[in-house]
Each structure stands twice: as C-alpha cells, then as structure tokens.
Ligand binder design. Sequence first.
Ligand code: KG4
Length: 333
Amino acid sequence: MNILAIESSCDETAAAVVRDGRTVLSNCVSSQIEMHTIYGGVVPEIASRKHVEAVTALADQAVEQAGLTCANLDAVAVTYAPGLIGAVLVGVNFAKGAAMALDLPLIPVHHVRGHIAANYLTHPDLEPPFVCLCVSGGTTAIVDVRSYTDMAVLGGTRDDAAGECFDKVARVLGIGYPGGGPMDRLAAGGDDRKYDLPQAHVSGHELDMSFSGLKTASLNLIHNAQQKGEELDLPSFAASFGRAVSQSLVPRAMAASRKLGYGKVAVAGGVAANSRIRADLQAACAQSGDKLFLPELRYCGDNGAMIGCQGYYEFLAGHTAGAELNAYATRDI
Ligand code: KG4
C-alpha cells in the first residue's frame, strides 16, 4: 500500500511516500527556518503562506522521487492536529483535494503519533506495547503506546515544552533559531555541573513535569551576568541546561516504564535528537534492562515519512475521514 503523506503543522512543509507503513520510498522536506530566523521564532501567518507556496510542488516531488505516478498511490495521509492552526489547515486542505481528485482514502494522523511512528522506520523489529518519551517544540509527554493506534498520555509538562525551553534560552543567548541543535553542540565542551539550574518537582503527579521555572532561572542567570558584565561560560551553561532538561525527562520516562513493565522504551520528536538525553536514556536502560529505541536523527524532526508510517496503521484500524475533515490546534493523542 503506497501512502502519500503530507505534514505542515509548523515550519516545515513535508511530503513523503511510504509503502506498507515501514518502507520509505521518498521523504521531501522544505524548511522555512531561514525565513523565521529573522524574527527569532515561527511567525504563524508566514508559516501558513509558505506552506501554500510549497506543498503542491513538494507532493509532486515526493511521488516522482518514489519512482511512482499518482496512479500508483493507494491513500493520502495528513497531519490534522496539533499545530499552528493556519499551517495545519494548508496540509489538510491539500490532502483533501488530492484524495478527492485521485479517488483515494483520506487518513488523518495526529502529529505526535507520527513522531512516535518515526521509531518504526528506524527499528523494523519494534512493535507496541512500549513507553515513548515524546519531546518536541510543542509537546512534552510520556505516552503509553498500547497498540499502533491506542495510546494514553501518562504525564507531561504543565507549562512549556522542552523544545520551547531550549529555543527561548538559545534566543536570549543569540545562538540561533531553533535553539536545541546549537545548544546541544555547544554543550559538547562544557562542564554540566558548573551552573546550578532548577528541576521542578510537580506535586500531585509523579510523571508530570514543568519547564517554565528552568526557563525563567536560565533567563535570569543570563540577564544578571550581562548586567554585571560577566562573561558566561557558554559551553558549561549549555551543558548544565541540557543536564537539567534531561534529568526532568529521563527518570520520569523510566518510572513510567517500571510501572507498565513492557521492557521497551522509545523517544520521539525534535528534542529526541539531543545527545545528552539520548546518552542518559542509554545509561538508564542499560541499568534497568529495558530495550531502548532511538529514532534516526533524520526522523526526529518534522517529516512526512513518519506521517505515512502512522497513516498506514490508522488505515488498518479503519481510521479514515471524509471531506468534512478539519484541522485542530490541540487534540488528545
Ligand atoms: O519535532 P520538531 O521538529 O517540531 C515539533 O513538532 O515541535 O521539534 C522541534 C524542536 C525545536 O524546539 C528544536 O529546538 C528542538 O526540537 N531540537 C533539539 C535538538 N534538535 C532539535 N532540542 C535539543 N537538542 C537537539 N539536538
């Protein structure tokens, strides 16, 4: 089954063709990062307009690179939630038009389910159930992946997402947008204990997290240093920050795994590319005996292949939509 998949939830327009859920025939991404860098973050209206400009050519390119024509497609899958609403709407409307014109089933895919599915593309042996730590620019959640299409959020951030926190701190440091990658690279030469940054303990639910305190403490530390004319040890600051984020995420993911007892832990989303988090998960799983699944770096950030993969399993479960399909800025997983 060849699925044309469309993703446009934030600042990347993506189109891919995936065969039978696990074989990526093409994976085309058009990034808008350069445009949004000027503003230090994603400007929603610009994002929507750029998706409109890119999506048709990108879908054509994905079909061509797959060595197929539209006649070889069997379904169209699309991210319908969550994301910047105007941006998601572009993909949904394009996919709707394509599905209707080609007389193909239309498959709505939840963006976070797509991120989780990126692991199936990297690990042919991975099957649910497993615990997945989902960390991106908009989401920070620990998910019980009971089956390909039955999932429950066990805990998550009460405020900022981990990626958002990386981005805001990096912006104040002036090291680029999006900031997670540059912070990660900067941290490589640093002392992760030099700066004492807080890790919030959220009362009421052991698997919930909070990143707003870490963000504020980091911004205050940077501001105070600037005021006093002191030079921050940037690599050590980035390393201390990475440690604080990882120490909020990893123990909770492992606690969830202990609770459910599947013996399998995965990580997903743009922040899953972070080397500190990957290393800490590796160490924790080596100790606990859980099998760890890390997605390939090319499938961590937003892409169409992950939507095509999850779309296949949604189709098998009978989850298709008609012309009434809408886009949603938020939606339960
Ligand atoms: O999954 P993604 O591409 O978009 C969303 O669905 O949100 O994630 C983007 C986020 C950004 O916040 C970016 O700074 C972060 O992923 N990110 C990283 C790294 N690479 C990307 N965060 C930490 N370390 C990285 N290496």
